[in-house]
Write a protein that binds this ligand. Structure first.
Ligand SMILES: [Zn+2]
Length: 570
């Protein structure tokens, strides 16, 4: 492509509305433009990257025998009622009514539609297993769309769904997708990590997330420094540390703590460290009020708590409930004498002579021990922090890194096939539910994640396999005939070998052209300048390492072709 003919509206100034680097650079480099809140147009450069990601996805999905289909964005209410998600999905599901008063929604995901398709068409075990996928536009009515493509309302997604006759088959389908996803993100050129994840609104029993590592990532990844354990923060388990406990077991005693409600207030007032305190947090749930006990220096992980107790709803109790259940005001709750179920974090087992709330205004109780109240049991309910013990191995401790979720795979089991009655007949003519899995990749998000992972003060540093162009051939002076001739020769040679090359034939100042090339993140640049050309040389620069080398004009294309091949088959 000729730069002069392409629609590349680059911008010098940083756009004010952009909060994250990928959003800022995608606007500046002319990858995207905003149409409405959380809704974007992809411009030629951005779309080239998006299509390259799609192509890698297609190849790896097809390699595993998954078959591409294309389902509608508009979905009927009835299917969502069958799966019970019409009620559960909440306001992120954009609903509307057509002229015949039929209720519809814009699909945020396609479990209902694909399950309906397969239950109608597949009758026998002979038709299974089958994995279907699509690359299609989704809509989620995010409460606060932001970060550009990273959290938009309308977005491009690859979603796949597997249907098997049994658990073993579903496990194999899941592993196929696990491998395909590893191949996809490898081929895109990412540094990434696979982590255990929560199943959230999609439901099901088991899942992994694929995280592109980036310091600016929204998600926190907890991993072991010794074994392969890795999970996202909301799911991360904590191993039990058998720490020696200090303090003596004696009778507990009442202490006055006027106006000291918060952990740091109480610990300062009593002159003890926060880990000598026990927090008692009262929650309202769909199964009634509960109390959760966690050491004063730790936080409760709501996701783990919900999963542990199989709760649909979990929220902090209001002040009235707290007074009703404990007899004392907010900030003075303690476990002694409570009649609601008490779920204790594992740490409590190793605490002695600690301080709890007195269930009475301005009162705490000191020198408390586990025998002074009764708990339902001891569980892992706290948020993991770096330095915690690994839940899987003996030696490791946990560390935290940041990442961006680009892929998510789920073992769904029978969740949708049961609620939507998707069955097949086995060889004996007996009816069974299909066992399902679902697998998503945010395609646009993958492009944004690449920019979050690779950038510097000059712009994007994109991995070659998904950069809009692989190489920019840049004649410094377009009015110098020999320069243009050499540039065209190299450019044509590259095109002939299938290299995705751009020729910057614009009559612009060299500084502008160099800046644009860096901003767009083109991995390789061939600079054709008058001075070098006198010696028969051109200069090749690598965007990522900023390394320069001078090579004879005749060898330039060959060198670039080798770099491109290396980058694609690393
Ligand atoms: Zn470990």
């Amino acid at each position: 492509m000729l730069f002069s003919k392409m629609f590349i509206p680059t911008v010098k100034e940083d756009p004010k509305e952009a909060e994250v680097v990928s959003h800022r650079l995608m606007l500046r480099a002319g990858f995207i433009r905003r149409l409405a809140s959380g809704v974007y147009t992809w411009l030629p450069l951005g779309l080239r990257s998006l299509r390259k990601v799609e192509q890698i996805i297609r190849e790896e999905m097809n390699r595993k025998g998954a078959q591409e289909i294309l389902m509608p964005a508009v979905q009927p209410k009835e299917l969502w009622v069958e799966s019970t998600r019409w009620e559960k999905y909440g306001k992120e599901l954009l609903r509307f009514t057509d002229r015949n008063n039929r209720e519809l929604c814009l699909g945020p995901t396609h479990e209902e539609v694909v399950t309906d398709l397969v239950r109608r068409e597949v009758k026998s075990y002979k038709d299974l297993p089958v994995t279907l996928y699509q690359i299609q536009t989704k809509f989620r009515d995010e409460i606060r769309p932001r970060f550009g493509i990273m959290r938009s309302r309308e977005f491009s997604m690859k979603d796949a769904y597997s249907f098997d006759t049994d658990e073993a088959g579903a496990g194999k389908s899941y592993m196929d997708m696990y491998e395909a996803y590893n191949n996809i993100f490898d081929r895109c050129g990412f540094r990434f990590r696979v982590v255990e994840a929560d199943t959230g609104q999609i439901g099901g029993s088991f899942s992994h997330e694929f995280m592109v590592l980036a310091e600016t990532g929204e998600d926190i990844i907890i991993s072991c420094d010794t074994c392969g354990y890795a999970a996202n923060l909301e799911r991360a388990e904590v191993g039990v540390a058998q720490k020696a406990v200090s303090g003596k077991k004696g009778a507990h005693r009442r202490v006055e703590t006027p106006n000291q409600r918060k952990i740091d207030e109480v610990s300062a007032f009593l002159g003890i460290s926060p880990d000598r305190l026990l927090k008692t947090i009262i929650y309202n749930t769909d199964k009634g009020s509960i109390g959760v006990l966690v050491r004063g220096d730790r936080e409760i992980n709501d996701t783990k708590l919900k999963n542990l107790l199989k709760l649909d709803e979990l929220e902090l109790a209001d002040e009235r409930t707290i007074e009703e259940k404990t007899g004392g005001p907010l900030g003075f709750s303690g476990p002694i004498g409570l009649s609601i179920p008490l779920y204790a974090d594992m740490d409590l087992k190793f605490m002695e002579d600690f301080v709890v709330g007195g269930n009475e205004r301005d009162v705490h109780v000191a020198d408390v021990n586990v025998g002074d109240f009764s708990v339902t049991g001891f569980y892992d309910v706290k948020v993991a922090v770096p330095g915690d013990k690994c839940p899987r191995c003996d030696k490791g401790s946990l560390v935290a890194t940041r990442g961006i979720e680009v892929g998510h795979i789920f073992k769904l089991g029978l969740k949708y096939s049961q609620s939507m009655n998707a069955t097949f007949l086995d060889s004996g003519g007996k009816e069974h539910f299909m066992v399902m899995g679902c697998y998503g990749i945010g395609v646009g998000r993958t492009v944004a994640a690449a920019i979050e992972q690779g950038n510097d003060e000059n712009g994007m540093i994109l991995p070659l396999p998904i950069a809009p162009f692989e190489v920019d051939v840049l004649p410094v002076n377009t009015t110098h005939p020999e320069s243009m001739e050499a540039a065209r020769k190299i450019y044509n040679e590259l095109l002939a070998k299938g290299v995705d090359a751009l020729l910057d034939d614009r009559d612009e100042r060299p500084g502008v052209k160099f800046k644009d090339c860096d901003l767009i993140g083109i991995p390789l640049r061939v600079t054709v300048g008058e001075r070098n050309l006198k010696e028969g040389l051109v200069e090749i620069k690598r965007r990522e390492s900023r390394e320069f080398e001078k090579v004879p004009v005749s060898e330039a294309a060959g060198r670039i072709i080798k770099y491109v091949e290396d980058a694609k088959h690393r």
